[in-house]
Design a protein around this ligand. Structure first.
Ligand SMILES: Cc1cc2nc3c(=O)[nH]c(=O)nc-3n(C[C@H](O)[C@H](O)[C@H](O)COP(=O)(O)OP(=O)(O)OC[C@H]3O[C@@H](n4cnc5c(N)ncnc54)[C@H](O)[C@@H]3O)c2cc1C
Length: 476
C-alpha cells in the first residue's frame, strides 16, 4: 500500500497517515528519523514510503486550535512545505481532538500554568528557564515573528555592568546576566565574542570621571577593569586619540538573531508553546481566575508574566497597575562603509552623557564585521515611530569623529534604529531601574517593565529571577 506519513514536531509529535484519515499520537519522536520510524512501526504504520520532518516553533492545542509556525528540517521555509503543513494542521486539529475526547490526554491546557506576554529576548529567556521546571508554559507574541521589538534593534553588546548604581537591579542583572549569557552562548554555540571595550575621554581633565566609572564597575563586581594610557590604547585601537581609557576586557558582542532562535528552540524543546501573531488585548482578573483575551481567543492562566517591552506599561494597565509609563526613546544608528571597517577593532565608547540617556554614540564592530556608530537618544511620541525625522549623518559624524579623528563624513551611512523602553521623560535625568515585581494587587502577575539597556545582557538573569517568582507563586 502507498503510505505517506508526516511526522509533526518533536514537541507534540503526531503522525498522520495523510489522505487515509488516520491519526495516531506518537510520543517522543525525537528529531531523528530513525526514532520516528521506530515509533511509527510501533503504532502499526508498516510500509511507510516517505517520512517528512518539520520543526515546529510552537504548536499548541488549546480551545480546539492548532498553532504553528513551520520550519522544514533543513531550515528552508518553503512555500510548498508551509502550504502542506497548513492543510495538515487543520486535519490534525480535528483528529487530535477526537483522540483527546476519546480519552487520550497530552496536556491539560484548560488552565495554563504560565503565560508570558512578549516574545523578545526577555520573554524568550523566561520561557526557556521556566519551562525547565514547569509544564504548560505559553508565550504569546503580538508580531508575526519573534524579537521584532528592541531585541533585534540594538547594538548586541554584552555589557560588563560598569555604568549602573551599585545595588540596582541593572547592576545586579547585567553582571550576573553577562556571565550567564557568555556561558549560554558557549554551550549552545551562539556566535559571540568577548571582544573588550574601551571607554575613552577627550582630554586629561576627564580622568576623574574615568576613575569613578572604574570604581563603580569594581563595586558592581565587574572583573578586569583597568585604566590604560595612550600607548596601550593605540596598540588596541590605532585610530583612537585619547590620553586615557577604561579598558573592560569582559565586554562582548553576540549575534542576537541566533540567540533568540536558540532561546525559542530551547523553550519549545522543553515543552513551551510559542504563539506568534497573538496579541493580548484584554484581561479579566479576580481572586480565582485570570482570563487573557487575544485577537484569536482566550486563555485562563495561573501565572501571567508581562515581558511586553515598550508596551509593558500598557499591559500592566490591563491589570489595573498604572504606576509606570514608558516614554519611547529612539536610538538611531549610522554605519561605517565597508571599505573603512578596519577603523576600529573593539567596542569604543565615550564617557556616558550627563543626561543619563544612553551610553553615548559609540563604535560597535558586529560579528559580521559591520562598524555601527550610535545609537543616539531621541524621545519620540509614538511607540512605532522608528524612522520619522531621522537625525542627519552630520550629528553622528560630529560625535564619532571626536573619538576617531580620521573618520570622514563620507565614511558614514544611515542605518537602522530601535526604541528604548524608558521609564523617565526627556528632562528627567535621574536613574530609572528595571521594574521586576509582582503586581501589587495580583500576586500571580509578574511585571518586567522598563527593560531598556542592559536588557539584552540581563535577559538570562532576569529570567532566572522571574522564573523563581513564578514557581513560588505556582507552589512548584
Ligand atoms: C538602540 C538600542 C540599543 C541597545 N543596545 C543594547 C546593548 O547593546 N546591550 C544590551 O544589553 N541591551 C541593549 N539594548 C536594550 C535591549 O535591546 C532591550 O533591553 C531588550 O531587547 C528588551 O527585551 P524585551 O524582551 O523586554 O523587549 P522587546 O524585544 O521589545 O520584546 C517585547 C515583545 O513584546 C511584544 N508585545 C508587546 N505588547 C504585546 C501584547 N499586548 N501582546 C503580545 N505581545 C506583545 C512585542 O511585540 C515585542 O516583541 C538596546 C536597546 C535599544 C533600543
Amino acid at each position: 500500500m502507498h503510505r505517506h506519513v508526516i511526522a509533526l514536531s518533536y514537541q507534540h509529535p503526531v503522525a498522520i497517515e495523510y489522505g487515509a484519515g488516520i491519526i495516531s499520537p506518537l510520543f517522543d519522536i525525537g528529531r531523528e528519523g530513525r526514532t520516528a520510524e521506530a515509533h511509527a512501526h510501533l503504532f502499526g504504520y508498516g510500509g511507510i514510503e516517505r517520512f517528512e520532518y518539520f520543526e515546529f516553533y510552537g504548536i499548541g492545542f488549546h480551545s480546539r486550535r492548532v498553532y504553528h509556525t513551520v520550519k522544514s528540517k533543513e531550515g528552508a521555509q518553503s512555500c510548498e512545505a508551509q502550504n502542506l503543513m497548513a492543510r495538515i494542521c487543520s486535519d490534525v486539529l480535528e483528529k487530535t481532538w477526537l483522540a483527546f475526547e476519546q480519552g487520550f490526554t497530552m496536556n491539560n491546557t484548560e488552565t495554563i500554568n504560565a503565560v508570558i506576554i512578549g516574545g523578545g529576548v526577555v520573554g524568550l529567556a523566561i520561557a526557556a528557564e521556566l519551562s525547565r521546571h514547569t509544564e504548560d508554559v505559553f508565550l504569546i507574541e503580538a508580531m508575526p515573528r519573534l524579537g521584532a521589538g528592541a531585541s533585534t534593534r540594538n547594538s548586541g553588546v554584552i555589557h560588563a555592568g560598569i555604568y549602573y548604581p551599585t545595588g540596582s537591579l541593572k547592576a545586579f542583572h547585567s553582571v550576573r546576566g553577562a556571565r550567564m549569557l557568555f556561558e549560554f552562548c558557549q554551550h549552545h554555540r551562539v556566535p559571540h565574542h568577548r571582544v573588550g571595550k574601551l571607554i575613552v575621554i577627550d582630554s586629561v581633565d576627564e580622568i576623574d570621571a574615568l576613575h569613578s566609572l572604574k570604581r563603580r564597575g569594581d563595586e558592581n563586581g565587574v572583573e578586569g577593569l583597568e585604566i590604560i594610557e595612550r600607548d596601550s590604547i593605540q596598540k588596541l585601537e590605532p585610530h583612537v586619540a585619547s590620553p586615557f581609557a577604561l579598558w573592560s576586557p569582559n565586554t562582548g558582542i553576540v549575534e542576537v538573531e541566533e540567540l533568540l532562535k536558540t532561546l525559542a528552540r530551547t523553550a519549545t524543546e522543553q515543552g513551551a508553546h510559542i504563539l506568534t501573531d497573538t496579541r493580548l488585548i484584554g484581561v479579566e482578573i479576580n481572586d480565582r481566575t485570570t482570563r487573557l483575551r487575544t485577537e484569536r481567543e482566550e486563555f485562563s492562566a495561573r501565572i501571567v508574566i508581562n515581558a511586553a517591552g515598550l508596551y509593558s506599561d500598557d499591559v500592566a494597565r490591563m491589570f489595573g497597575y498604572d504606576r509606570h509609563t514608558i516614554y519611547p526613546c529612539r536610538g538611531e544608528y549610522a554605519e561605517v562603509v565597508r571599505s573603512r571597517s578596519d577603523i576600529v577593532h573593539h567596542l569604543v565608547y565615550p564617557l556616558p552623557p550627563a543626561s543619563g540617556h544612553g551610553t553615548g554614540v559609540h563604535f560597535t564592530k558586529t560579528l559580521a564585521g559591520v562598524v555601527l556608530v550610535g545609537p543616539n537618544a531621541r524621545y519620540v511620541e509614538r511607540k512605532d515611530d522608528y524612522e520619522q525625522d531621522r537625525a542627519p549623518l552630520d550629528s553622528f559624524f560630529e560625535s564619532a569623529s571626536r573619538i576617531i579623528p580620521s573618520l570622514r563624513r563620507e565614511d558614514l551611512r544611515l542605518s537602522y534604529s530601535g526604541l528604548r523602553a524608558r521609564l523617565l521623560p526627556e528632562h528627567d535625568h535621574s536613574f530609572a531601574d528595571f521594574v521586576i515585581a509582582h503586581d501589587p494587587r495580583w500576586p500571580t502577575v509578574i511585571h518586567a517593565i522598563g527593560i531598556e539597556s542592559p536588557g539584552l545582557t540581563s535577559a538570562l538573569s532576569i529570567a532566572e529571577s522571574v522564573s523563581e517568582m513564578a514557581r513560588s507563586a505556582l507552589g512548584h
